[in-house]
Design a protein. Structure first.
Length: 277
């Protein structure tokens, strides 16, 4: 079970978010335990104030050090070895590798920042700052839940399903998921009645080996054209893994393709998409 503490000034909002989808199921199945800590409970101010003006010329308010530190100490006393995370645009951007590492932890304390952030002096008491992207939002609670849900999804989703998602496809952290379709397999194009919208034939036929092969090819194509910067990372990753001979393809795929065949698909796709014919 993953035991978490969320330090927040909006306990009701946090409680409401816990009732959503995958998190609620994880709590009911005893996979996730969440304790909401109201930072205001640790304020010595008679109005339970937890913020103050920023030194310098910047306008706005910051979380004060004292109530936040007391809330942190209180939470740590209820844990054995907690990992403390602060969502922050200054942190490493959340990715599949970070999620994988976090999913191995037993206890995590999250600080949900608001206002203009927190007093910098609290940083020395946390383990890691994590960013959910190169942008800023007002609610730190939303950032906390992005991180928690990504961890829980890794914990509760069937491993075979997880390795078919973007950023974990074929156990490779830099590939986008291939295009997907559902019934019916043939639709009339609303913009052109003479042209049908059809599901690719290889998916309809149901040949598992061919499906895996085409899915991997299409995944590479999607990555190259939609996120070329991600493809560059993939290519470097692939070359390093090949040299070290430590590249690993999940067993479900090896039922239909051997290592050599997968390698050939990857190289062919790279050549077909990057080098003009």
């Amino acid at each position: 079970m993953l035991k978490t503490f969320i330090l927040t000034i909006f306990p009701k909002l946090t409680k409401d978010l816990l009732n959503l989808s995958i998190l609620k199921r994880a709590i009911n199945k005893k996979i996730l335990e969440v304790e909401i800590i109201n930072i205001r409970d640790f304020s010595d101010d008679k109005h339970k104030k937890v913020d103050d003006y920023i030194y310098g010329i910047k306008k706005g308010m910051l979380f004060k050090f004292e109530p936040l530190y007391k809330a942190l100490v209180y939470s740590k006393k209820k844990c054995k070895k907690p990992y403390i995370i602060l969502p922050s645009p200054k942190g490493k951007i959340l990715n599949s590798n970070i999620i994988k590492d976090l999913s191995k932890l037993n206890e995590i304390i999250f600080i949900a920042p608001n206002y203009e952030g927190i007093d910098e002096r609290i940083i020395r008491f946390i383990n890691e700052e994590i960013s959910i992207g190169d942008y800023v939002i007002s609610s730190g609670e939303l950032a906390v839940f992005v991180i928690i849900e990504s961890i829980i999804r890794k914990l509760v989703i069937d491993e075979n399903s997880y390795i078919e998602d973007s950023f974990s496809l074929f156990n490779i952290p830099f590939l986008l998921e291939n295009p997907q379709y559902t019934r019916p397999n043939k639709l009339i194009n609303p913009l052109n009645n003479n042209f049908n919208l059809e599901v690719p034939e290889y998916l309809v036929k149901g040949n598992h080996k061919e499906i895996i092969k085409k899915n991997l090819e299409n995944s590479l194509t999607q990555t190259i054209y939609k996120k070329p910067e991600l493809y560059i990372k993939f290519y470097k990753y692939f070359q390093i893994k090949k040299k070290s001979k430590k590249i690993y393809y999940p067993l479900p795929f090896l039922k239909f393709l051997n290592y050599k065949e997968i390698d050939e698909i990857l190289y062919d796709s790279i050549l077909n998409n990057v080098i003009p014919s």
